[in-house]
Design a protein around this ligand. Structure first.
Ligand code: CDP
Ligand code: MG
Length: 738
């Protein structure tokens, strides 16, 4: 058992590493800059990946384990670069030898759990095998992925392997982007999209096979899909259900699916030497840059994969690396740098899979996307910051925040394993062995247990599942977070007091957005400004910052941005102004450059807006516009975001009304500079960095709150998080002052 072996190898080296030494990294000079890693010789911080010779992950109960004739993946990579034949490459993947047995198992069982090392060919090959075996004659094969980048890149790869145009026989579907056609038989999609398909086709009758891929990721949508599909499988004996996972949680999945058999695809994992830092790193970003250079200068050829937490960090690391390699000039070999994160534009995604030019070394700067869902060949060195960005929700405070958190041991092992896919490798962990051993949790907590569930509950209600407590969750969420979700939906008017879906709720569920955004759109009908509100919703849904501030041009960028915020209109309407001006200039790139606005964000928000426009028709909301009526627009925003209201405090900070949480205006907000500070603001979301910030704020009038959501304040009363009288007083005081 692998986990046990890990434990054992760590035990004998633990004590020594609990000693912290001062940080040994020095600024600027790369030669001197040296992160000290525990040396292997001293048996300090060793953690070995056992070489599993074609082998035995011991699985009990109905496990289907094969050991014979395991093709070497090394030869697969070599073949790919030598022969450039995809057909050849496919045949050399570890999964190929098990094709017939796999098809037999799919034939014999309705539900099958498939376990295999990342890169063994599960995602790209299984749907093709099933297609070749004729399953697509009865319906589509759907393959649900937790990540959109994976869905897109895998679909592209499979289309290439099948020599068809992407979007024809092989397509993908992610939120706001449908790249499929009537011809599509292999459909890769995000798990969230498959969940939405349940809404339009509750028995998923157009599918013959469904694959829940990367099941170990345990995203919110995957977990809900488990419950729904388990149920559906009873009604549709003809439906085949495959659950594929990279780790050994297979038993848990098997248990859940009434002891479904486990099909194991042995893969080769080579030895990975693990090194830890001797002292904890204060700045893992710079530390990872330095480590990249160290590896590049001192280690033999092989590409590097660096795990960081998000886009901004990756961009910063990329800049630092470019700067430093430029300084070093021709003293070092070429370093090809590729970032990969969720919002990476499609055209750049393909780049990371391109073979490294001769004599150069590739560095991939990735989020935990590259942990399991995306496989890049040729990686020999992994640099693990030890952190990832994770959504965490606190039902007590009602805050759902993306936070930089330590990874779990399971993640750290996955990350390290990426270095040993095609040959022996090394993993540099930018934390100490002591950190690893004593401070990292064993496994990542399923998203279900750390998320705001309002969206999930709304979806389930729409599917007619009324009793959430009885839903067959693999790991049930806390009753508290379910109650909070129900409360929110009730206060938004999506549920009535009996907990049944209302007409508003049904309309909201048609929109692929968070409930507060959907409510804002539904409410825009009343305020006759749906045209403007869908633009605002689209701009808020882009996911990354619209504006950018290049170094040395921050003043110009700030001035450009300030122009969109004149007249104290707030961030929401500010976003509308940006979009409308861009639109009136013909959606051009040059306008974006001149205004320090990210073109790709704008392009994306245009796509989203187009979709929302079509959806308006579906939910029968008339297109209306009242561009000059700021109050109407702000009221529509407040209709969705009244649970996100904060009030100015004496010291200049704010307090959220609902949870009495101390929060601040984000420095990037248009309201950050306004004087006097607005008394009442509605915000889009809270982000926790150095402190709690509200992002995207608009000044509102407190009497709107009473007009729009009188019952909501009763709610607060019920929960004791502030008495009704108290809140009304606050509101009235506010009225006096405004
Ligand atoms: O799903 P699993 O991790 O088992 O493997 P896969 O995603 O099916 O990948 C199989 C092989 O295809 C890997 O060796 C990848 O290098 C290759 N692949 C690729 O070259 N480009 C992609 N976009 C996806 C996979
Ligand atoms: Mg996969």
């Amino acid at each position: 058992n692998q986990r046990k072996r890990f434990g054992a190898s760590l035990k004998h080296c633990g004590g020594e590493d609990s000693r912290y030494e001062p940080n040994l990294w020095e600024e600027q000079q790369v030669k001197k800059a040296s992160l000290k890693f525990g040396s292997q010789d001293r048996k300090r911080s060793e953690d070995k990946y056992p070489v599993i010779p074609g082998d035995q992950i011991e699985l009990v109960r109905g496990a289907i384990v094969f050991e014979e004739n395991m093709p070497s993946h090394e030869s697969a990579t070599a073949a790919c670069s030598k022969l450039h034949s995809l057909e050849e490459y496919r045949r050399l993947l570890p999964i190929f030898g098990y094709k017939d047995k796999l098809l037999q198992a799919v034939h014999d069982y309705q539900v099958l759990i498939i376990v295999g090392e990342t890169g063994s060919g599960k995602t790209t090959q299984i749907p093709q095998y099933l297609h070749e075996a004729g399953y697509t004659r009865r319906g589509k094969i759907g393959c649900a992925q937790p990540r959109r980048v994976a869905a897109m890149s895998v679909a592209a790869r499979v289309a290439q392997e099948m020599q068809v145009k992407l979007g024809q026989e092989v397509g993908y579907s992610i939120r706001f982007e449908d790249c499929t056609s009537k011809k599509t038989v292999l459909k890769y999609m995000t798990d969230g999209m498959l969940l939405r398909e349940f809404l339009s086709e509750p028995d998923l009758s157009s599918y013959s096979v469904l694959i829940i891929d990367e099941a170990h990721d345990r995203t919110l949508s995957t977990d809900i899909l488990f419950g729904l599909l388990k149920d559906l499988a009873c009604f549709r004996p003809d439906l085949k259900l495959l659950v594929s996972s990279a780790t050994l949680d297979a038993l848990k999945f098997s248990d859940y699916f009434d002891s479904a058999p486990i099909f194991n695809i042995p893969g080769r994992r080579h030895h990975v030497e693990i090194q830890y830092t001797i002292a904890p790193e204060a700045d893992y970003l710079t530390a990872s840059v330095v480590t990249v250079l160290q590896v590049h200068i001192t280690q033999e050829p092989g590409d590097i994969l660096v795990f960081l937490t998000g886009q901004e960090e990756i961009e910063a690391a990329e800049e630092q690396l470019r700067h430093r390699t430029k300084e070093l000039g021709s003293n070092i070999a070429e370093l090809v740098i590729h970032p990969i994160y969720a919002n990476l534009p499609t055209e750049k995604q393909a780049k990371i899979f391109e073979p490294t030019p001769k004599g150069a070394r590739k560095v991939v700067l990735a989020t935990n996307i590259a942990e399991t869902s995306v496989t890049i060949d040729g990686i020999k060195y992994v640099i693990d910051s030890g952190f990832c960005k994770m959504k965490s929700y606190n039902p007590r405070t009602g805050m759902d925040a993306l936070q930089v958190t330590s990874v779990s041991k399971a993640s750290a092992k996955q990350r390290a394993g990426r270095a040993g896919r095609t040959g022996p490798g090394k993993c540099f962990r930018l934390y100490t062995a002591y950190n690893y051993q004593h401070e990292l949790s064993e496994d990542t907590i399923p998203e279900m247990q750390r998320s705001d569930l309002a969206n999930v509950v709304l979806t389930l209600k729409t599917l007619g599942i009324n009793d959430m407590i009885k839903f067959d969750f693999m790991d049930p969420p806390s009753a508290d977070s379910l109650v909070k979700a129900l409360e929110l939906l009730y206060s938004l008017g999506a549920l009535n007091c009996k907990g049944d879906l209302t007409k508003i709720g049904r309309r909201m569920s048609e929109l692929p957005l968070d409930p507060m955004l959907s409510k804002m759109i539904v409410a825009s009908e009343k305020y006759k400004c749906s045209e403007e509100i869908i633009t605002i919703a689209a701009m808020l849904s882009v996911g990354s910052s619209i504006f950018y501030r290049p170094k040395g041009k921050d003043m110009l960028a700030d001035a450009a941005r300030a122009r969109f915020h004149e007249g104290n209109i707030g961030d929401h309407i500010g976003l509308l102004m940006v979009y409308n001006e861009w639109r009136s200039c013909g959606y051009g790139v040059s306008w974006c450059c001149e205004n320090y606005v990210q073109y790709r964000c704008m392009k994306r928000s245009r796509d989203i807006r187009d979709q929302l426009e079509r959806l308006l028709e579906m939910v029968e909301i008339h297109k209306t516009s009242s561009l000059n009526d700021l109050e109407a627009m702000k009221k529509a925003v407040t209709s969705g975001f009244f649970p996100h209201v904060a009030r100015l405090q004496k010291g200049g900070s704010y307090k959220t009304i609902r949870h009495q949480q101390s929060v601040h205006i984000h420095p990037s907000s248009s309201l950050a500079q306004s004087f006097p500070k607005p008394e009442w603001v509605a915000y889009h979301e809270l982000v926790l960095t150095s402190q709690e910030y509200m992002r995207q704020e608009t000044e509102i009038k407190p009497e709107w709150l009473l007009e729009i959501a009188p019952h909501y304040y009763q709610f607060i009363n019920v929960n004791g998080s502030g008495s009704k009288k108290n809140i009304l007083n606050q509101v009235h005081q506010g009225t006096v002052r405004t």
